[in-house]
Design a protein around this ligand. Sequence first.
Ligand code: SF4
Ligand code: SF4
Ligand code: SF4
Ligand code: FES
Length: 972
Amino acid sequence: MNHHVKPMTLIKEIDYGTPSPEITDATKMVTLEIDGQEITVAEGTSIMNAAMQLGIQIPKLCATDSLDAWGSCRLCLCEIEGRRGTPASCTTPVAPGIKVTTQNPRLANIRRGVMELYISDHPLDCLTCGANGDCELQDMAGAVGLREVRYGYDGENHVFAKRADGQANDMFKPKDGSNPYFQFDPSKCIVCSRCVRACEEVQGTFALTIDGRGFASHVSAGMDEEFLASECVSCGACVQACPTATLIEKSVLDLGQPEHSVVTTCAYCGVGCSFKAEMRGEEVARMVPYKDGGANEGHSCVKGRFAFGYATHKERVLTPMIREKITDAWQVVSWDEAIDYAAKRLKETQAKYGKDSIGGITSSRTTNEEVYAVQRMVRAAFNTNNIDTCARVCHSPTGYGLKQTFGESAGTQDFKSVDKTDVILLVGANPTDAHPVFGSRMKKRLREGAKLIVVDPRRIELVRSPHVEAAYHLQLQPSTNVAIMNAIGHVIATENLIDRKFVKRRCEPTDFFRWEEFIKRPENSPEALEPITGVPAEQVREAARLYATGGNAAIYYGLGVTEHSQGSTMVMAMANIAMATGNIGREGVGVNPLRGQNNVQGSCDMGSFPHELPGYRHVSVPETRAVFEKEWNVKLAAEPGLRIPNMFDAASDGSFMGLFIQGEDIAQSDPNTHHVEHALSSMDIVIVQDLFLNETAAFAHVFLPGTSFLEKDGTFTNAERRINRVRKVMREKQGMPEWEVVSRIATAMGHPMRYNNAAEIMDEIARLTPTFEGVSFDRIDELGSIQWPCNEEHPTGTPVMHTEEFTRGKGRFMLTGFVPTAERSNRNFPLILTTGRILAHYNVGAQTRRTDNVAWHPEDILEIHSSDAELRGIKTGMKVSLASRVGATTLTAKISDRMPPGVVYTTFHHPVTGANVITTDNSDWATNCPEYKVTAVQVTVSNHPSEWQAEWQEREVENKRIGKEKKLEPAE
Ligand code: SF4
Ligand code: SF4
Ligand code: SF4
Ligand code: FES
């Protein structure tokens, strides 16, 4: 069977009209008759949905199965034997024994009348309309047999700018094209309110309303604002819900209606949304979220839905290039030449400096199969364990912390689990910006009444927005996470809130008692820690009580937890309180990292760490090595290799001289840019595999052009351990899959590595990795997606982990003493800078800045508290200088009370900002994850440089002279 491309050609998914109720063991089933056919469905199902299950399509306009029934268009009427009138089938639930008629002359007549009214106020430009071929209004006109429209446009209408008498038509509203990705043409609107409901129910933004009454009613993005200026976050839910061409993607207007589609996975964040790439030939007409997508269930955010243009951006490099020295010009070569050259120089470097003088870095942006290929090349062809991943700089503490306590380096729940949560403890994460589709899901649960505790130095949107409000916002000082979590643990332990039955049954007793004794100590009390955290003790106590006693409680966290010197400690502190309160091992609870990049989970699973083979198994265990040695026919090194920072140190020392870098701009995203640049320029051979000539490529000798996600065949694993298929929708623009390039280099170096397709790589992973045992492309195609572990015991995967026992057997409480960070504010750098993301952009913006997402957030903004601003004479809109111990940059300031005094905040989507300031030598004690979230800084009005700034500038000149690695710092 050819696994290579498995297009799913469907364009339209079945629309059942109304949501289908969840069926559980407790669900009552109802049997009824529709048009003479008997059917049994779950109680609460609408007649419309039940009819659709029989294949009977009742005409409809205002109903769609992603939204609750509304009942406004009156097209879906039916008759029920023995009942009067013609009820709407979308709002009428099934009942036992009823007999429904969906079609007869009377119903047909009423429907035609309804349609006639709609059409009489609708432009009849179907042939030239962008939705031609995808318009439900057109379909319904056909379905009800509309043959004539008796009313003209002489009276009131929304179609023409001028009335028949030549006067201006007040009802008419012009097109709004302000959003870069979709157009709003009110003349085509049938006021079905699907868009308004989608924005409320699915996205949770409430940007749209129906203004006016009766005939004058119309859709408005708030006070008749343009879409771009409104609250709209451009998720696309309204566009998807709109049955007409009123809301339509500009790409469809440009390219025409798609003719086939392929289901694939978004390549941006760790939510891992499934999309139908709707195609015209090899061009993407639009990306539409896939209703059966396990992670997103038909929802999307602006990035996955619209920001795919970077994949075909003109700056992409499509030919391999080589050069002798980094000062030489690039030379375009054939694939064969580039591969041979890379292999030759890697071997030369090993011959000169030893086997362990080279290594590789994998990327969390690429597929599991591509990552696996790189780690195999490094371990088997380079014969060293010098392999690490960029996950080192974001979620390595998650892996460490959860492995220590639960025995598995991954989040415990699926996203759906949040629907059963009563208390959400959200720590150092901003899901509405960074994980928007999960953020919408969380908001929905909060609107249903779940309680929220936010632990964050910044008042994120979820703390207070029109429809969601947190019960507690523990606004702690940056870097005091562990202190606050210990204080919460202290309250749980001293106020008798421990779930002793759970702890006794599921956890190691000795470790628990040790923890209990430790956490109960007075120094861990909220009162003792208040001066450190800045959070009133009583608030901490109340939040702790809510977490422990409010029903199902779940922890969700992000980089605000991990990117700290105590990142691993904090992960363990959260695992401790989850175990202490029995909030683990079932739906609605758990400890869940929100992963930044699309395949962070997968790249870690695939054996990207220097000490672990795929499946998190230590390289020092002979039995584990033996499995791989047999498959690969090579003897493997038993000692862990170098981590990224050690690679750089060794490069500066002259002992690490060759590096293969897969899809990762380390010169830009790693801490201490100068150090990284020095290390890279010290090496004999640097190979970069990427889409664009990034900053790192400036130090490379070989550039191997990469493929975008639209050209890849493989899998990504999201934050819920869900393995999703990435399917190729167009040929590789540079001519070769990335895994093949890697395999060829390995082969040229003497380790034969041959795969016919990506499916074979997954088969190898499954053979060698117990948690992936049951995974194959065929199996994923069959099930849609699979959450690992997937093996004999769990043949369809594992949505919720640790249900009966922990992966490590008994859960292990760990001691989590609070140690303040070494990064302190002082006289010269009196403020603490913390960072985050904004919805429209992604990381350093290499992709999103190459799309129309630049319409939002054209620059990084520095948020500063009014008291800090006043002290410095700073006003919103002013250019300010932001300086840390290692550099300075200029930003526009915005006065904001989202942070406490003493803390400033910015996003780092524009490379120059981050590289110049966020530089830290501090890192997580266990995993070396850099402490990006805490940097001591000073902020000044930029055209009035202060004394120390002048001094810093002088020193910078001196630094340049004496060499970047021996940096001078301004005197304290
Ligand atoms: S794009 Fe999303 S946020 Fe914007 S109006 Fe539509 S549904 Fe609301
Ligand atoms: S814009 Fe579309 S979805 Fe919204 S009310 Fe008009 S026709 Fe319905
Ligand atoms: S939430 Fe994440 S995975 Fe989903 S569409 Fe947005 S960026 Fe893509
Ligand atoms: S589809 Fe039922 S009333 Fe509109």
